[in-house]
Design a protein around this ligand. Sequence first.
Ligand code: ADP
Ligand code: NI
Length: 215
Amino acid sequence: MPFLYFMDNREREKILFQFVCEELSADNSGHDHLHAMRVVTNARLLLEKEGGDESIIIAACYLHDCIDKKLFENLPLQKEKIIRLLQSLDYTKEQQDTILYIMENISFSSGKSKDLTNINARIVCDADRLDAIGAIGIIRTIEFGASRGRKFYNQDEVNKSDVSSYSKETTLAHFYDKLLLLKDLMFTDTAKRIAEKRSAFMVSFLDEFYEEVKE
Ligand code: ADP
Ligand code: NI
């Protein structure tokens, strides 16, 4: 009888982490391997409370930004590398398809995420979004803006206080376009609870910011 060997989740995780480090550790726009690790940590907490398939969720969390068009020019190549990696980790074809489906459908900006019904996809989406808000969300957003050479704010706009007219070329606009909306878009109750606290922290940050800079 031949010896059959299947990788366990710990071994898979080590290799997934190595892959993400190779692909994203040089990123300076808030999408590096540390982001992937925090998304994994968030997902574990949600998984514990809400259930779901750990091997699918963890792989999708580690890999989710490895096919982002903002970060990679050659998306077919990225997809090919990911499929090869998942094959080498003994994920079945069906599991590979699920992981890729999740990665391709959780983005806020693409608008696709609102129709997610699968619990694994919902957990990955919530885990990624929790890392877009709170203290870490503020840091990542400033990092992203800086990586694109953007100013944080425009003095005239801040003085007028009409957030709907903020130029998309400032980082501050991103708080109103996305970050402050996320708490109402979480799927799981656990993520909703964490998001309320993180969102309130961003509101305090903005209050303090306006108090310091308004003329
Ligand atoms: P999604 O694909 O779900 O929209 P992104 O990868 O675009 O997520 O965004 C992840 C994080 O990157 C944001 O939460 C924010 O911190 C930062 N980011 C993305 N776009 C911008 C932007 N235009 N201005 C400032 N930060 C941004
Ligand atoms: Ni992400």
